[in-house]
Write a protein that binds this ligand. Structure first.
Ligand SMILES: C[S@@+](CC[C@H](N)C(=O)[O-])C[C@H]1O[C@@H](n2cnc3c(N)ncnc32)[C@H](O)[C@@H]1O
Length: 373
C-alpha cells in the first residue's frame, strides 16, 4: 500500500491561520526578555521583574522547539485516505447542480406525508423498489386500499421525477465536447452507435425502437431523431410534453418501466433505456421482464447508467468532469457505485435468459449494458 508522511499539525488538521497566530505569539515571547523597558515610540515594552525575564528566556525557545517538531513530517498515512479527505470538496458536484437540490426520495416522502400517509421512518435507498415501498406503506396504513396506495405512491414518484428532471436542465450530454476538456472524447451517441453495432442491432432507421424513461428528449433527440418508428415511455407527463415537441413523429405513452401495459408483446426490435435504471424506486428485475416480453425474437436491449458529472468552479464555470454516480447521502460521484448497479443489471439480464450480455465501458458519459433476446 502507498503511504504519505504528514506533520502533526496536518494530522491534527490545525488550520493555517491558527499556526500563523501561534508563530507570532512565540516570536513575541522569544523577543520579550531582551526588549523589556525599551521605548519604541508608539509603545513602550514594560520592564519585567527578573524572575519573569528568566522564565521568558526559557519559555520562548522551548515553544519554538515544540513548534518546529510539530512541523516534522513524522506520521505515515494511507495515501488514499488523505486523497479522499482532500478531494471530497473539489469532487463534490457543484452546489447549484440539480443533483444537490432536494433528493428524489425526500420529495417522494414529503408528497406522501402531504397526503397524510404514515411512512413510519421508511428509508428510500438503492435496492428499495416501488413494490417494497407499497408493501411497507400497506402495513403502516391498513385503512388504505391497495388501489389507493398504488395511486398515492405512483403519483408521489411522478411528482418527484417531474420536479427534478422533466424541464430541460443542465446536462452533460448537451454540453459541447470541447468544453468538457476530456482528451479524445466523442459525442455521446457515437459510443451508443458503436455498442449497437457490436451487439449486431440493425440500423435504427429500419426497426421499431422503444425508449423507456425517455424524459424530455432534449439530450437524446440527436440520436432518436433518426428512428423511423419510435415509441417513448416515461412516468412524467410533463417530460413527455417536452419530448413531443422535440420528436413530433414519435408515439408516447405515460407509465412505468415495470409495467409496459400499453406495449404489445414481441413488438419491438430495440429496447433502450438511457440513464434511467439507477432511478429511485426503479425495479430493475421487473423492468427487464417487461423488456423481454415486448422485444421481438433476436431484438436488442441497451440500458445505460450515468457515469459523468460536470465539474464547475465556484462561479459555475465548467472546468472538467467528475466520473461516477452519486451514492445516497453523498455529493461526490463514485465510479464503484455506478459499476455496482451496472453489474447488477448485467446479472439480471443473464438470469432472465437474454443472450450475448455485455457491459460496455468505452463511453465517458455512461456505462452501457446490452444484450439480445
Ligand atoms: C435522468 S432522466 C434520463 C432521460 C433520458 N433517458 C436521457 O438519458 O436523457 C431519467 C428519466 O427516467 C424517468 N423514470 C424514472 N423512473 C422511471 C420508471 N420506473 N419508469 C419509467 N420512467 C422512469 C424519469 O421521469 C426521467 O425522465
Amino acid at each position: 500500500m502507498d503511504f504519505n508522511t504528514v506533520s502533526t499539525f496536518q494530522r491534527l488538521g490545525v488550520p493555517p491561520n491558527v499556526i500563523n497566530t501561534v508563530l507570532v505569539i512565540i516570536i513575541v515571547l522569544l523577543l520579550a526578555p531582551y526588549v523589556g523597558g525599551t521605548d519604541f515610540g508608539v509603545f513602550k515594552v514594560p520592564d519585567f521583574p527578573p524572575t519573569i525575564e528568566y522564565l521568558l528566556k526559557w519559555i520562548g525557545p522551548f515553544l519554538l522547539l515544540v513548534f518546529v517538531i510539530l512541523f516534522i513530517p513524522a506520521w505515515k498515512t494511507n495515501k488514499v485516505e488523505i486523497g479522499a479527505e482532500k478531494k471530497d470538496q473539489p469532487n463534490a458536484v457543484h452546489s447549484k447542480s440539480k443533483y444537490r437540490l432536494q433528493s428524489t426520495p425526500d420529495i417522494i416522502l414529503n408528497e406522501l406525508h402531504r397526503q397524510n400517509v404514515n411512512t413510519g421512518g421508511i428509508r428510500i435507498i438503492p435496492g428499495i423498489n416501488i413494490h417494497d415501498l407499497k408493501k411497507r406503506i400497506k402495513i403502516l396504513n391498513t385503512q388504505l386500499s391497495d388501489e389507493r396506495i398504488n395511486q398515492l405512491v405512483e403519483s408521489a414518484r411522478e411528482t418527484a421525477f417531474t420536479s427534478k428532471y422533466a424541464a430541460p436542465k443542465e446536462d452533460e450530454k448537451l454540453v459541447s465536447i470541447t468544453e468538457l476538456k476530456v482528451q479524445g472524447i466523442q459525442e455521446w451517441h457515437i459510443y451508443l452507435e458503436q455498442f449497437l453495432s457490436r451487439l449486431g442491432v440493425p440500423d435504427i432507421k429500419n426497426i421499431d425502437v422503444l425508449d423507456v424513461g425517455i424524459g424530455n428528449a432534449y439530450a437524446s433527440q440527436v440520436f432518436l431523431g433518426s428512428c423511423a418508428s419510435l415509441t417513448g415511455v416515461d412516468i412524467s407527463h410533463e417530460a413527455i410534453t417536452y419530448a413531443k415537441n422535440k420528436l413530433p413523429n414519435a408515439v408516447f405513452k405515460i407509465g412505468g418501466a415495470e409495467d409496459l401495459k400499453e406495449i404489445e408483446s414481441f413488438s419491438m426490435d430495440l429496447y433502450i433505456s438511457l440513464r434511467t435504471y439507477q432511478s429511485t424506486l426503479f425495479d430493475i428485475k421487473e423492468s427487464l421482464h417487461e423488456a423481454y416480453r415486448v422485444l421481438a425474437k433476436g431484438g436488442g436491449l441497451v440500458v445505460s447508467i450515468p457515469n459523468m458529472f460536470l465539474k464547475k468552479n465556484d462561479s459555475g464555470k465548467i472546468i472538467g468532469v467528475l466520473y461516477g454516480l452519486i451514492p445516497p447521502g453523498s455529493t461526490a460521484p463514485s465510479v464503484e457505485f455506478a459499476m455496482q448497479i451496472s453489474e447488477k443489471i448485467q446479472e439480471y439480464m443473464n438470469l432472465l435468459g437474454f443472450k450475448d450480455v455485455e457491459l460496455y465501458k468505452e463511453s465517458p458519459f455512461e456505462i452501457f449494458i446490452g444484450a439480445r433476446k
